[in-house]
Design a protein around this ligand. Sequence first.
Ligand SMILES: CC(C)(COP(=O)(O)OP(=O)(O)OC[C@H]1O[C@@H](n2cnc3c(N)ncnc32)[C@H](O)[C@@H]1OP(=O)(O)O)[C@@H](O)C(=O)NCCC(=O)NCCS
Length: 173
Amino acid sequence: MNIRPARVGDVPAIYELIRKFADRKVMIRRSMGELYESIREFLVALDEDGRVVGCVALHVFWEDLAELKCLAVAEEAQGTGIGRRLVDACWEQATELEINSVFALTYAVGFFERCGYDQMDKADLPHKIWNECVRCPLFPNCKEVALIRSHVPISRPAEPAGASARGLALAPA
Ligand SMILES: CC(C)(COP(=O)(O)OP(=O)(O)OC[C@H]1O[C@@H](n2cnc3c(N)ncnc32)[C@H](O)[C@@H]1OP(=O)(O)O)[C@@H](O)C(=O)NCCC(=O)NCCS
């Protein structure tokens, strides 16, 4: 199994992978157009025949915060460590970019906890993230859980509510 940055030729396979889980309402559907536009955010996992069996994207929000999104592993390839390798690869990318914290919104809580993520209060995430959520068919009754992995301790902002651009304060270690 090989993990590499996605190429435009991978877009149809990524689209299909996500579509299957979006049909079951465990992921947000992505159009082909969106995938082409954000292809540089994606990593793909390939099996020995070069078939795309997993994907993930890392979206940078701010100087110290990125979102791990669009994580999917083909059903027949699940349970073999591909998901964890994709999540770890994203963490490495974030670290190389000098981003301290990566969060995910997901139903796969146990999986992310196995990958070193801790649950957090969704309300502490920047308001910007809801721009995408409003497109989800489950909004506003979504039960997705926020999880975060960080190089620094997470704390609430010291300044008055609304004063922080991000709504999330990451205190230096
Ligand atoms: C969640 C998902 C990415 C996991 O991928 P995977 O390749 O099957 O996971 P891995 O084999 O790498 O599992 C890593 C660990 O997590 C555990 N795990 C996997 N799925 C889990 C789940 N749903 N709940 C709890 N633990 C889980 C595994 O048992 C393994 O544990 P270990 O540390 O004892 O080895 C995959 O099931 C998937 O694509 N689901 C549908 C789409 C989805 O929900 N994506 C997340 C949206 S952000």
